[in-house]
Design a protein around this ligand. Structure first.
Ligand code: ZN
Length: 198
């Protein structure tokens, strides 16, 4: 329905309260994990390359659920980039990951969503693996398995491996550039994923 859209529209016009943030609002929703009351904060930002965007964070104090999203006010096409890595050389492919892009590696059961402080990162596939490694070790999202998981990534960085690197970018700004033209790369435009019906 349009309720959520209306909220976003109102979030997209506001007074400037800092360099980037122009306005912020707070409301409550039901926590998707435990059903308790979770707090949603929305701040309007002016971001380089993207323009106005609403930063939405959801925090549940009861179960610790946290989620941060950046929603551009101006609709851009969401893209999903798939890169089939199967050699050491593939780790050198250049990767540009926008601040809104989620990085997934299904074979490793990994999905890294950008944090509130995320910025656009220019790196390569190896750098993405390092980023995931750091995330695993610092947040210990995988509980006791973080160390073993980090070692597994280390092995891939050293010897190569077979996996699919997926970048899901609601802003459509991310890219993967293999060293030579490659059939291993697929870029898919996702229709109607942002601002549906708007
Ligand atoms: Zn909760």
């Amino acid at each position: 329905m349009s309720g959520r859209e209306a909220e976003r529209d109102s979030s997209c016009s506001g007074e400037k309260i800092s360099v980037y943030a122009e306005s912020s609002g707070e409301f409550r929703v039901e926590c998707p994990i435990c059903g308790s009351e979770a707090i949603v904060r929305e701040s309007l930002y002016e971001l380089p390359k993207v323009g106005k965007a609403v930063l939405v964070s959801v925090v549940c104090k009861v179960c610790g659920y946290k989620r941060t999203d950046v929603v551009p006010c101006k609709v851009k096409k969401r893209i999903r980039i798939y890169y089939a890595v199967d050699s050491l050389e593939d780790l050198n492919a250049r990767v540009i990951r926008s601040a809104a892009a989620t990085v997934e590696i299904p074979e490793l059961g990994v999905s890294v969503t950008p944090g509130a402080a995320a910025s656009t990162v220019v790196t390569n596939v190896e750098g993405v693996l390092r980023m995931i490694q750091d995330a695993a070790l610092s947040i210990e999202v995988l509980e006791g398995g973080a160390k073993g998981f980090a070692e597994r990534l280390e092995k891939i960085v050293e010897k190569g491996g077979r996996f699919t690197l997926i970048i899901d970018d609601p802003w459509g700004l991310s890219s993967i550039e293999p060293p030579k033209s490659s059939a291993k790369l697929l870029v898919e435009e996702v229709e109607g994923s942002v601002n549906e019906g708007g």
